[in-house]
Design a protein around this ligand. Structure first.
Ligand SMILES: Nc1ncnc2c1ncn2[C@@H]1O[C@H](COP(=O)(O)OP(=O)(O)OP(=O)(O)O)[C@@H](O)[C@H]1O
Length: 360
């Protein structure tokens, strides 16, 4: 498939644009996908006016794709930035375009100075993956590790809020991106490159391209560990990370609830298929201690994740309670692990365990 892709791009290189350059050299091809002989991509024009004039070029691009052996059908769409929009990702400032199609076939996109990449995953949404990622990152940094945190949850990036950052990362040369720093952690989120409140409507290839950019264009520097907060589920982003960045392993977060565990099992199975070791399971929202009477309530069930870990012979790393401070601290932009108290200690203990086991 990647040979077909390369050949299509080669054909598109031949289509000269009126102002000079080609569709490829001017980076106007988006979301190129090849599936069972069906080719699809989008030509992104600099303005709606130019897009209207580019219809003959669109048709020529379709013919060029069809001329490649193995291609049975080609569908090419034209799109444009609106001048008032702040780029496809918002923000106005010049900078790298996020969400292009992935490049470079199966080449590694692992950042050079990063010793270990740790994926934090869950089957189901809302189980606390981002809460665990941000607190674990802060706890590791407090123990002297050089930590990076990449929010790869493209459809629902929540780390900027949880880490208390909202400025757009700088890109002095328009290609590389300078990550931000918060609570001792080097941080990058796709949410910082997109317009807040705008839904991301991207196909798989654009998601894969965006992750690739976040790994290879961000100046991560030398890190002991890069924690990648994945979107929930088993999709293109997970696949790209495992195949192109060779993570050291994955931590899977789940609540003890049956429906969450069911999905967690799927995530574990996906990592096994992709040959990424699952290094541990974490139970979040495992118990609620009533602050008034001290009563323990198992709102989402009890012990399910520990039992699952034993069954699958995967280390059970932590049982984190439902905790008001955790929620409030996350909403306020200073993770609970940055302070003092039982939850900060729980995250510091989790971080120590990962350091002792040379995972982070
Ligand atoms: N242990 C906890 N105690 C109390 N609230 C929690 C806890 N863990 C997470 N939360 C809260 O639950 C909500 C969802 O958590 P979070 O965003 O971390 O989940 P997620 O799995 O990353 O979600 P998504 O599927 O959107 O990526 C947040 O408001 C967070 O503050």
């Amino acid at each position: 498939m990647s040979e077909t892709r390369d050949e299509i791009l080669k054909q598109l290189e031949r289509l000269e644009l009126p102002g000079g350059g080609t569709l490829v050299s001017r980076d106007m091809v988006r979301a190129l996908s090849v599936e069972n002989g069906q080719v699809r991509f989008v030509i992104e024009a600099p303005s709606p006016d130019l897009a209207r004039q580019m219809e003959p070029l669109r048709a020529a691009a379709e013919r060029a794709a069809l001329s490649v052996p193995g291609v049975q059908a080609a569908s090419v769409a034209l799109t444009a930035h609106t001048p008032e929009a702040k780029g496809p990702q918002g923000g106005g400032a010049p900078g790298p375009r996020i969400g292009g199609h992935p490049t470079g076939g199966q080449e590694s996109v692992r950042p050079e100075g990063v010793r270990s990449i740790l994926a934090v995953a869950s089957g189901k949404g809302g189980v606390g993956k981002s809460t665990v990622s941000s607190n674990l990152a802060v706890a590791l940094a407090r123990q002297g590790r050089r930590v990076g945190l990449l929010d790869a949850d493209i459809h629902g990036p929540s780390l900027p809020r949880m880490m208390g950052v909202n400025q757009r990362p700088a890109s002095p040369d328009g290609k590389t991106i300078e990550p931000l720093r918060a609570h001792g952690v080097t941080l990058m989120s796709i949410g910082l490159m997109l317009e807040e409140d705008k839904a991301v409507v991207w196909r798989g290839p654009m998601l894969m391209g965006a992750l690739q950019q976040m790994l290879s264009q961000v100046q991560w520097g030398d890190l002991d560990v890069l924690i990648v907060d994945l979107p929930p589920g088993t999709g293109d982003v997970q696949l790209t990370l495992c195949q192109r960045a060779a993570p050291t392993g994955a931590l899977v977060v789940s609540t003890p609830q049956d429906v969450a565990l069911l999905d967690a099992r799927k995530a574990i199975d996906m990592f096994r298929t992709l040959k990424t070791p699952v290094l541990g399971l974490i139970e979040n929202m495992s118990v609620f201690h009533c602050p008034e009477c001290g009563h323990e309530a198992h709102i989402f069930g009890h012990g399910g994740v520990r039992a699952e870990a034993e069954k699958l012979n995967i280390p059970f790393l932590a049982a984190l309670p439902i905790d008001l401070e955790t929620r409030l601290a996350g909403d306020a932009g200073t993770p609970v692990a940055a302070g003092e108290g039982p939850m900060a200690e729980a995250y510091l203990a989790l971080a120590s365990r990962l350091i002792e086991n040379q995972i982070a």
